[in-house]
Design a protein around this ligand. Structure first.
Ligand SMILES: [Zn+2]
Length: 397
């Protein structure tokens, strides 16, 4: 696809590609794309003795087709209403989120359903995403446009190059493959500490520049960062139904693998309890992704309007400190509530702006022009790791 786009820009009439790639290249309209099986076909075609038909794709039709067909739906998730609510807020404001809970509480099951409630890709985002996956050789055979937000879930043993990109022949890494979508790091403390540290800059800049002796390349990487972790190495700290077998030292080492600067980039921290039996056995399914997505889309539309004049800001999560003061200024009741919460829960100073950003999104979800104390109160509840007891156990503050 990138070659086809370049060919069109340089006013080439057509392009010959291997048969398996014709669909992908033909997405670029006004360029005649021919898929060929072998070299002799190409020679005969150029000599005029083989008459091939160009591959014609209706790009718009392709873009809209099955855009909302997701294999995974939130309707399959019973219970865990507070976590689903946190994910909805994250999706609505583009906030990074970390889920903390014991094994089997459904963290990755819920994370995988996140793309189904995100706003749909625009056509230009879709072209951008497809080009990246084309360059990386990740497009499926005979596939054309990617029209759903990517969900990338690298294993914790991933190397730094595979995560951020690079290598002898520069290739985009997982963070770039997640561009316009979600990067999910399951079991965050199991990742190599240094590998996690290299995530900090791309999370901030939303692009990655890789400089080696032979080249310097930049790749886009604007993604929602979603992480999950256990509360301790065995996973059962604080679980009323299991005994935790970890020593305080082991817990401390485990939690301190996540650095403060990385946590600084995560707006929502959500603790998950083990699923009560009543929830597993309840007969009614959860709310469908489609319903949740409609609320998310409405909230995002308000943000698009709000940030119209700002070039690089599209959602609440991207607000600068100044913008937070402008758009999410708390009233006097809320300031009192915030001060009280910060003192009582021993919240760190970094929590303050994050709370206001998330509160802005919560207000957007109900269409409230101002941020009210009830929105602030809910946002405070998503700062679990900032509480003093987590710092005592080893979370850096
Ligand atoms: Zn444990």
């Amino acid at each position: 696809m990138p070659i086809a786009i370049k060919a069109r820009a340089e006013h080439f009439k057509g392009l010959i590609v291997p048969k398996a790639n014709e669909h992908e290249a033909a997405v670029v309209d006004t360029l005649e794309v021919y898929g060929m099986e072998n070299i002799s076909q190409v020679i005969n075609f150029l000599n005029g003795s083989y008459d091939a038909e160009p591959c014609i794709i209706d790009t718009r039709k392709e873009f809209y087709e099955n855009q909302y067909d997701f294999d995974l739906d939130f309707a399959d998730v019973r219970g865990q209403e507070n976590v689903k609510r946190a994910l909805e807020i994250a999706a609505a404001g583009g906030h990074n989120i970390i889920m903390i809970g014991p094994p089997g509480s459904g963290k990755s099951m819920m994370a995988k359903r996140l793309p189904s409630i995100l706003p749909p890709l625009s056509l230009s985002e879709s072209l951008e995403t497809t080009q990246i996956h084309s360059i990386a050789g990740k497009l499926k055979r005979n596939s054309g446009l990617i029209n759903q937000r990517p969900f990338r879930s690298p294993h914790h043993t991933i190397s730094e190059v595979a995560l951020v990109g690079g290598g002898a022949n520069p290739m985009p890494g997982e963070i770039t493959l997640a561009h316009n979508g979600v990067l999910f790091c399951d079991e965050l403390p199991e990742f190599n500490k240094h590998t996690l540290e290299v995530l900090r800059q791309p999370l901030e800049d939303r692009q990655i520049t890789i400089s080696r002796a032979k080249y310097t390349v930049s790749y886009p990487c604007s993604f929602m960062f979603v992480a999950s972790m256990n509360p301790c190495p065995c996973g059962y700290y604080g679980d009323p139904t299991h005994n935790c077998v970890c020593s305080p030292g082991q817990i401390h080492r485990y939690l301190s693998k996540i650095s403060g600067p990385l946590l600084d980039r995560i707006d929502i921290q959500c603790e998950i309890s083990p699923l009560p039996f009543a929830d597993i056995s309840q007969a009614s399914p959860g709310e469908s992704s489609r319903n949740i997505r409609e609320r998310v889309i409405t909230a995002r539309a308000l943000q698009t309007k709000r940030f119209e004049e700002y070039k690089n800001v599209h959602c609440n999560a991207q607000m600068s400190e100044r913008m937070i003061h402008h758009f999410a200024e708390p009233d006097s009741d809320s300031i009192a509530l915030l001060r009280n919460a910060m003192e009582r829960l021993k919240l760190s100073a970094r929590a303050y702006n994050r709370i206001l950003k998330v509160a802005r999104t919560i207000a957007d979800l109900v269409g409230s022009p101002t941020v009210l104390s009830e929105h602030i109160a809910e946002a405070i509840s998503y700062r679990n790791l900032d509480r003093g007891d987590w710092a005592e156990r080893g979370i850096p503050c």
